[in-house]
Ligand binder design. Structure first.
Ligand SMILES: [Mg+2]
Length: 250
């Protein structure tokens, strides 16, 4: 531990690709969706439908509510003729969500650390991009809501400021009632989690991991670059003097 560890009052966490890996479930869930549609009369091969679906998501964004409707409109007539389009859409959506929620689990080392942090004086919050109910559902299904201060839950569509804007981070620190240099943000996205939080004066942790954003470098230097929550535990203990009981070890 350094002689005078920086004081930390609040730690904010990103959700997607930080608390769990999104790439872990997306391919499998989409495949299950397409298989369910084929089982109900879609006449196409899985890879070609997956390709079209990937294009729909890329064009309309991951928060669009009509991926499977759009997919049906774009597939060749020969693939969809004779089938009940609405039935196929709903079959796809159900299969996607079933597979997703089965697979979507918090990383065990992240859960262990959050549990231990929740027992300290530090307050934990969330800063996440997306639709508010969708992100809340993730928090609840991951079981993270138990560990965080519910007043410190900031979802961009609800706040009205995007993650790329440092004002989002400034606002979060204001609501928490602490100076930004006593706040840490932990996330995977170089331009959404690192650069704007740096600009706001936060202590920044870039969980580089293996997520889809790990290949791009932030434009500004994060305070810490870590592989995972095991390393974060070590960092908080050694550099920030946060005493963590290791109740979840062994
Ligand atoms: Mg993320």
């Amino acid at each position: 531990m350094s002689a005078n560890p920086p004081e930390l009052k609040v730690i904010f966490l990103d959700i997607d690709d930080t608390l769990f890996g999104t790439s872990d479930f997306v391919v499998e869930a989409r495949t299950k969706a397409v298989e369910a549609m084929i089982a109900r009369g879609l006449k196409a091969e899985v890879p070609e439908v997956l390709q079209e679906l990937a294009e729909v998501v890329a064009e309309f964004g991951s928060n669009d509510d009509h991926h499977y409707n759009r997919l049906m409109k774009r597939l060749p007539e020969s693939a969809t003729a004779g089938a009940n389009h609405d039935l196929l859409v709903v079959a796809g959506v159900i299969a996607y969500h079933n597979a997703k929620w089965k697979k979507l689990k918090i990383r065990p080392e992240a859960e262990a650390l959050l549990r231990d942090l929740a027992a300290t004086d530090l307050r934990l919050g969330v800063i996440s991009a997306g639709l508010v109910h969708k992100q809340m559902e993730k928090l609840l299904r991951l079981g993270v809501d138990r560990f965080i201060d519910h007043k410190l839950l900031f979802i961009t569509h609800e706040v009205g400021i995007a993650k790329s804007n440092p004002r989002l981070y400034t606002r979060c620190a204001e609501v928490a009632g602490v100076p930004t240099d006593q706040v840490m943000h932990v996330g995977d996205h170089p331009y959404h989690d690192v650069d704007p939080a740096n600009a706001a004066g936060f202590r920044t942790v870039w969980i580089r991991g293996t997520g889809k954003h790990s290949k791009n470098l932030p434009k500004t230097e994060p305070n810490h670059i870590l592989d995972d929550f095991v390393a974060l535990r070590g960092l908080l203990d050694e550099e920030y003097g946060i005493p963590l009981e290791r109740r979840n070890r062994g």
